[in-house]
Design a protein around this ligand. Structure first.
Ligand code: DPP
Ligand code: ZN
Length: 855
């Protein structure tokens, strides 16, 4: 496949200021008629023909300036029309069959409704068009269809008229006053009902809000609606951005590749990010909904009003918008817990990507298939890069920078460079060196060593940074790394204030006067930089911080570090002191003032995947064994305390307030430890929790514990859960995931049989992810030494690729890091990749990821 390069960007030769679309809708046949007003760019050097992207389309009619036109040809699916003038009217008709569109890109059918997904390159599957984000057009859309099948007809912008047609058909005319790129086009037709509400913008303009769902789902839309209204207010208050249409529609769809899509005025959502009530959604689900609703809403400015010039700039809208949704969620709930969660996601998804064969800068230099670049690097590391700029500038100057960015580029297709320039000018700062973050892949490592001279009362912090190209040895680097630090006095347990220091050389020392005693270093507080820290702090110092650091992230991190070092030593057979961990855990358990939700975080062991990332050669079984042993030991040591806490956290009436959520969280964590201590009544306790639960958080927590056990209670609970929820697809997804994540030895077999379960289907991305992402997130079982897990995944990817390449390609990274595993597994992983590579007719999506993984 062709490689697209950032440096090859050329401005368009033709612009399309307006487009009029007419849809004659049908599930099996939809006729799309488009009328394009095409204008030759004044800067176009040559008399270039009009070239319109197309994917799987065949024109049934082409007209130019009103006359039938035969002088066109299809080249690689794209339509080329030689035109001599500087402005023409081009009319094209195509026919689509949405019911056979299993890729879920373009116009497709989902459970009787029609909907679209155009980002990044789906619009070319609907009609011929210059399908690139720097073409901004005004859209007017007429849609017509059967009134019974499609009582609701939605599109971007405002509905300007509607009426009934012949033969039980009806139509609607939608105009979007805001010029937009084709990837933001959306259309929905179906039998839907709305939760309707309203919002008054700060300048007094009323906005009608609708969340469209299937009939029975209406009671589950309240949380999403509240999140939408909160987001609208927050963007006004924090960024000064107001909504710009009289109508905002959201539609929930069951079959969807992504989480959601920010189409102008008509967001289309994966139903899992809309539908919730306590009975079916966990607290994490509620948070996911709030975050994604906010994310898509915030795109109205960071994405839609200011869009991307080309897809290499994807992080311009995604990194910034993730940063915005993270800040919003932090403001709505607990900032400390949110930050811990953000970093957990970064470490679970982005750090491995950055250290593996698919590593790329947040602004990539090349791609074969753009769908493969909707990555944790572009999104989450992109957000960290924005966060670092906000840290360096401070809130006020950062806001000046974003104001300048929005004002200067409103209505334009911009670049990452435009954003950085606006930050420099608005925030009055030189970011020349900081730009390294946009072009450099890999996670920087920073080593930190604090020394102390009691004579002079001086503490010296020596920092060194290095960076590795994938697989290579780290070399000294010179990234700009903002580090928030504090020096804690071991006697008073306090410090004299947090400081921001910036490391921008390969090596640098910072001195601090007036330190009578050797202080204890708290560094990268709040995770101020997305780096790997190698500090020379002792286990005792980390234990001290896990009890006394006043920065919640740093406190959490100290405990994680403490546990990680011990476990890594265990895995490699090096002596290590376990008592210091038990004492640290004992200390936080004895802390009277601690927030319960935060306590739950402190008690969690680092994940098996995270531990593997710290090793040169990963041995999933050894990691699992060491981790389970420590869990068991903590469970036994503090069993009485855990039981007491478990009882104290008994839930009352369901509420989403912080206290009630903290109780649910801590209750699940303590149940896990009680079970890990292998006490006789563990299964009974978990089963009681399952039976008595009035919410999904408690149910899922109980099932999670039971899932690993060999007990009748496990069978009963899973059978009961299936019976109860088999008609709710989102909850049934959990049933698949919980089993795929079981640590039991028979999990590989179970996953194999679940793949043949009547409720399993490759056609629904949520269901596929439920089973297989659950499984690949279960290191000890996915990496079964037999290689069976790898084979199953490879076979699934090959089968899915024929239907839905985008979703299939998402599973390659779990095999892609084969070089990091011990010899036996490594070879089996490689063989699985080779098998995929050898499959006939691979999509661009999968072939790019597989070939890069094997290279
Ligand atoms: N819909 C995806 C997102 O919002 C892609 N834009 O991140
Ligand atoms: Zn986004």
């Amino acid at each position: 496949p062709a490689i697209i390069r950032r440096e090859d960007y050329r401005p368009p030769a033709w612009f399309i200021p307006t487009i009029a679309l007419d849809f004659q809708l049908g599930l099996n046949q939809t006729v799309v008629h488009s009328m394009l007003d095409v204008r030759r760019s004044k800067s176009a050097k040559y008399q270039e023909p009009l070239l319109l992207d197309g994917d799987g389309l065949m024109p049934t009619s082409v007209k130019v300036d009103g006359a039938p036109w035969t002088d066109w040809q299809l080249i690689d699916g794209n339509l080329q029309i030689p035109l001599t003038g500087s402005a023409h009217e081009v009319e094209i008709t195509v026919e689509l069959d949405p019911s056979t569109n299993t890729q879920l890109m373009g116009l497709y059918a989902s459970q009787g409704m029609l909907c679209t997904q155009c980002e990044a390159e789906g619009f070319r599957r609907i009609t011929f068009f210059p399908d690139r984000p720097d073409i901004l057009s005004r859209y007017s859309v007429r849609m017509e269809g059967d009134k019974k099948l499609f009582p609701v007809l939605l599109c971007n912008g405002d509905k300007v008229s509607e009426g009934d047609g012949d033969n039980g058909r009806h139509w609607a005319q939608w105009n979007d006053p805001w010029p937009k790129p084709s990837y933001l086009f959306a259309l929905v037709a179906g039998d839907l009902v709305a939760n309707t509400d309203s919002f008054t913008t700060r300048s007094g303009k009323p906005v009608e809000l609708n969340i469209w769902v299937r009939d029975g789902d209406l009671p589950r839309t309240g949380h999403a609606m509240q999140a939408l209204k909160d987001s609208m207010r927050w963007d006004e208050e924090v960024y000064g951005r107001e909504y710009d249409l009289g109508l905002f529609n959201i539609v929930a769809v069951s079959d969807f590749n992504m989480g959601a899509m920010e189409n102008k005025g008509l967001n289309v959502f994966n139903s899992r990010y809309i539908l919730a009530d306590p009975e079916v959604a966990t607290d994490a689900d509620f948070d996911g909904i709030e975050g994604v609703v906010a994310h898509e809403y915030f795109h109205n400015w960071s994405g839609n009003r200011v869009t991307c010039r080309d897809w290499f700039q994807l992080s311009l809208k995604e990194g910034f918008t993730v940063y915005r949704d993270q800040s919003f969620s932090a403001d709505m709930g607990s900032a400390a817990l949110k930050r811990i969660e953000d970093v957990r996601i970064l470490r679970a998804a982005q750090f491995p990507e950055d250290a593996g064969p698919l590593a790329h800068p947040i602004r990539p230099d090349s791609y074969q298939e753009i769908s493969n670049f909707y990555t944790a690097t572009v999104y989450n590391k992109g957000a960290e890069v924005i966060r670092m700029m906000a840290t360096l500038l401070g809130a006020e100057r950062f806001r000046k920078g974003t104001d300048l960015y929005f004002d200067r580029h409103d209505g334009e297709a911009a670049t990452c460079e435009d954003f950085v320039v606006a930050m420099e000018e608005g925030g009055d700062i030189d970011l020349s060196q900081f730009r390294g973050w946009y072009r450099t892949p890999g996670t920087p490592r920073v080593s930190a060593k604090l020394s102390h001279d009691p004579q002079t009362g001086t503490a010296t912090l020596a920092l060194k940074q290095s960076l590795a190209a994938s697989g290579a040895k780290p070399e000294p680097s010179d990234m700009v790394i903002p580090l928030k630090i504090a020096l804690l006095d071991p006697q008073t347990e306090a410090h004299e204030g947090e400081q921001l220091i910036t490391l921008n050389r390969p090596e640098e020392s910072f001195t601090f006067e007036g330190q009578k005693e050797h202080p204890i270093l708290s560094i990268n507080r709040g995770f101020s930089a997305p780096i790997i820290l190698e500090s020379s702090r002792t286990a005792e110092e980390l234990a001290f911080l896990s009890s006394h650091d006043d920065d919640p992230f740093a406190r959490f991190e100290a405990m994680q570090q403490l546990m990680t070092s011990y476990l890594l030593a265990q895995i490699t057979g090096t002596p290590a002191d376990r008592d210091v961990i038990l004492q640290a855990v004992g200390a936080v358990l004895a802390d009277e003032n601690i927030d319960r939700a935060f306590l739950a975080e402190l008690l969690l062991l680092p994940s098996e995947a995270f531990l593997g990332d710290q090793m040169v050669e990963v041995d999933p079984q050894a990691i699992h064994d060491a981790r389970e042993k420590l869990r068991g030991k903590i469970g036994v040591q503090f069993e009485r305390k855990f039981r007491r806490l478990y009882k104290q956290c008994v839930p009352g009436e369901f509420s989403l307030d912080a206290e009630a959520r903290a109780d649910r969280k801590l209750r699940n964590v303590t149940l896990g430890y009680i079970a890990a201590s292998q006490v006789e009544d563990a299964a009974e306790l978990a089963f009681d929790q399952y039976r008595e639960a009035n919410n999904m958080t408690a149910m899922q927590g109980a099932l999670g514990v039971l899932s690993h056990m060999d007990a009748d209670e496990r069978t009963w609970a899973f059978e009961d859960f299936f019976k109860r929820f088999k008609d709710n697809a989102l909850v049934l997804d959990k049933w698949f995931t919980l089993q795929a994540m079981s640590q039991r030895g028979d999990t590989v077999k179970r996953v194999e049989s679940l793949a043949k379960h009547p409720d399993f289907t490759l056609s629904n991305p949520n269901r596929v992810r439920a089973l297989y992402a659950g499984f690949t997130n279960n290191p000890v079982r996915f990496h079964d030494a037999s290689g069976k897990g790898y084979q199953m995944l490879a076979d699934m990817v090959i089968a899915l690729d024929g239907q839905n390449p985008q979703t299939a390609a998402r599973f390659i990274p779990s095999l892609g890091r084969w070089r990091r595993y011990e010899r036996g597994r490594s070879e089996l992983m490689r063989l699985a990749l080779e098998k995929i590579a050898a499959a006939p007719g691979l999509s661009k999506d999968v072939s790019e990821q597989v070939s890069k993984s094997l290279a």
